[in-house]
Design a protein around this ligand. Structure first.
Ligand code: TYD
Length: 206
């Protein structure tokens, strides 16, 4: 009997919007419904993803933006080929904390947008792309309250431009369908909203 294909869900948003928390909570919720779930992220946990995280730290020397864009695209192709596609083929639900829309929004700040799209041409659009939308001021306060090391994209002015970039993609519904949830709701309400989008996409009963 053919195994039904899984579903590929990507959560997107500016730093501090809650994509990591929501990835974890959505995965737990779907597992509780008896579904098999792979929780993953970009930059990935593979060698290229680890290299990217090292270079994103504000302690390391700045990296040339076009080189960084190529690393993100390379990491993504590896991630899709080695983890995401095999899991989907096995009927597993894949939830990725960030995916290709991150590159289109973040890397287009410093690189030519059509070129960023071109180098990501082989990264298929997810079945469900969810933008966790949050005013950038709220996201910046959340990030400021966090312990730990700062990353290169944490600066408030950058976050404002990134929020605008996500908003433009949402309004244009490009390069693929994008659904949005209000990230300023309670953590649980945001998970409810994302789970409801999954149900609308045919994943689970409401
Ligand atoms: P993030 O998942 O937010 O890291 P952390 O869990 O440590 O907060 O991702 C790290 C940074 O990388 C974040 O600022 C967004 C950025 N990024 C890009 O610029 N392009 C990309 O394609 C991806 C996936 C992430």
């Amino acid at each position: 009997m053919a195994v039904p294909r899984g579903m590929f869900i990507a959560l997107e948003g500016i730093d501090g919007s809650g994509t990591s928390t929501q990835t974890r909570l959505l995965a737990a919720r779907l597992r509780a419904q008896g579904l098999r779930v792979l929780e993953t992220c970009e930059p990935s946990r593979g060698p290229i993803g680890r290299m990217i995280r090292e270079r994103l730290s504000t302690r390391s020397a700045p990296i040339e933006p076009a080189a960084l864009a190529l690393l993100f695209a390379a990491d993504r192709l590896e991630h899709v080929a080695r983890e995401i596609e095999p899991a989907l083929a096995d009927g597993v639900i894949v939830i990725s904390d960030r995916y290709v829309l991150s590159s289109l929004v973040y890397q287009s700040l410093e690189c030519d947008g059509p070129w960023v799209a071109e180098i990501n041409r082989h990264a298929r659009w997810p079945d469900l792309c969810v933008l966790v939308s949050l005013p950038f001021q709220a996201a910046v306060s959340r990030v400021a309250a966090r312990q730990g090391e700062k990353e290169r994209f944490d600066a408030p002015e950058l976050q404002r431009r990134l929020a605008a970039g996500y908003q433009r993609a949402l309004e244009a519904q490009r390069p693929g369908p994008i659904a949005a949830v209000d990230g300023s709701l309670s953590v649980e309400a945001v998970t409810d909203a994302i789970a409801s989008l999954c149900a609308d996409a045919g994943l689970t009963p409401r």
